[in-house]
Each structure stands twice: as C-alpha cells, then as structure tokens.
Ligand binder design. Structure first.
Ligand code: ADP
Length: 225
C-alpha cells in the first residue's frame, strides 16, 4: 500500500476581530491510496477547512501537507492548480456549478483545462454515467438539487482523479438521490481505485468507509478503522 496524502502537524488560523482564531490544531494523519475515509465531528470543528487544505484549495498556517509525494505547502498558486487538475476531484457542499454554463459545459471545464481531446463526447459519457445524459443542455438553475449534485460528481470524475474529496456529498439530498450518489462514489473507488475522503454528518455514510476520523474543536480526537 502507498500513501497518497500525509499531513504533519498541520495548523490553521484565521485572523478575526484583531486576533488569531485557531481552527485546526496540530493535525497529523496519512491516507493510503485506494482507501475510503470519513471525517466526522460537530459543526464548526474544522472539517471543511481540513478538506480544503488536503485538496490544495487552501493553505495551512503551519505544518506540511503532502499529496502524491508533492509538498502542497511549498507550491505557488499555479503549481497548486496544476496538482489539483492532475490528481484531485472535489465535490462541494453547495455544488458550485457555474450558473452561466449548461450541465454539459460544466463537465467539460476540467477537460478543457487539461487540453484533452474529444471533450464533448467524453463529457456526455460522464453525464450518462450519473444518469443525466438527457439533461446536458439544462442550466444549473433548471436542475433539482440532486441533479446538480450528480453534475458536480460527473465534473469531479472527469479528470479521473487519484483522490476525491467530498464535503457533505449527501447533505442536501433526499434519501433516494443520496443513495444514488453514494453508490456512484463507492463504484468509483472500487472500479478506478480512487481514494475517497468524505466529510459527513451522516453516520450511515461514514460507516460505509474503511476509516473514520473524528474532529472536535480543530483537533483530531479519534481515528478508527
Ligand atoms: P466544519 O466544517 O466542521 O463545520 P469549518 O471548517 O467550516 O467547520 O469551520 C471551522 C471554524 O473556522 C469555524 O469556527 C468557522 O467559523 C471558522 N472559519 C471557517 N472559514 C473561515 C474564514 N474564512 N475566516 C474566519 N473563520 C473561518
């Protein structure tokens, strides 16, 4: 087994009201390539911040974050974006689709960034995989929450990420849609070996992963396999 993600003594503070607010405090853990992991804990405990640091969307105040043998904390913004495009998929809690692009165009964006070929048919294939082949020409506002989440999944899958981070992937979905989304995520792990790191309040979803990290007040308080 190889390690795909390694955090060592990571802390993160925000400057707020003239003082430093420490939201992550001395976090150390590693993740095996191909494994599944859930991060749980009360609201405000730092889960989303931690996920953003691991995915190279945000920076630590101190400590090291190593993804796929690259120290993210030592990269400039362009290098960080290149690592994200190459290895990382991210699913946001509120989907974050581009409102002026259709579903199909949203899925095409990462492929265009990578200057890939046959972008349109590949994006259509991905939409088909999430059951939305007939919604390609719809804009996000014309889609239900569950459909938007599935478009965001198709977009996250499009660069064939080695590791997929998902922030509350089922948070805004009804039970039936939630089940579909969870199946897509775990299929991706099983079929392509994509490492899954999920932040969730849903303990049933967390129980489906191989390992659960529990956070409280910016600290990692338990790590159970
Ligand atoms: P969780 O995902 O567990 O709910 P978050 O990581 O979103 O927790 O937030 C952890 C803490 O960091 C919270 O107290 C939140 O208010 C604070 N926080 C998050 N983002 C910022 C920011 N950009 N500026 C200041 N404080 C922030």
């Amino acid at each position: 087994m190889s390690t795909i993600l390694r955090l060592q003594q990571v802390s993160k503070s925000y400057r707020s009201g003239g003082r430093d607010l420490r939201v992550l405090d001395d976090i150390t853990f590693s993740v095996e390539a191909g494994s599944t992991l859930a991060i749980v804990g009360p609201s405000g405990s730092g889960k989303t911040t931690l996920l953003g640091l691991c995915a190279g969307l945000d920076r630590s105040t101190s400590g090291s974050v190593e993804l796929h043998d690259t120290r993210l904390d030592e990269l400039n913004e362009d290098q960080l974006a290149a690592v994200r495009n190459r290895y990382v998929g991210f699913i946001f809690q509120n989907f974050q689709l581009l409102p002026t692009l259709t579903a199909l165009e949203n899925v095409m964006v990462p492929l265009e960034l990578r200057q890939e070929k046959n972008i349109r048919p590949r994006a259509l294939e991905l939409l088909d995989k999430v059951g939305l082949a007939d919604r390609g020409h719809h804009y996000p506002a014309q889609l239900s929450g569950g459909e938007q989440q599935r478009v965001s999944l198709a977009r996250a899958f499009s660069n064939q990420p080695r590791i997929l981070f998902a922030d509350e992937p089922t948070g805004n979905l009804d039970a039936e849609t939630s089940e579909k989304v969870v199946k897509l995520l775990f299929d991706l792990n099983r079929e392509a070996g994509t490492t899954l790191v999920l932040v969730t309040h849903d303990l049933d979803l967390a129980a489906k992963t191989q390992r659960i990290l529990n956070m409280k007040g910016g600290k990692l308080i338990s790590d159970e396999s």
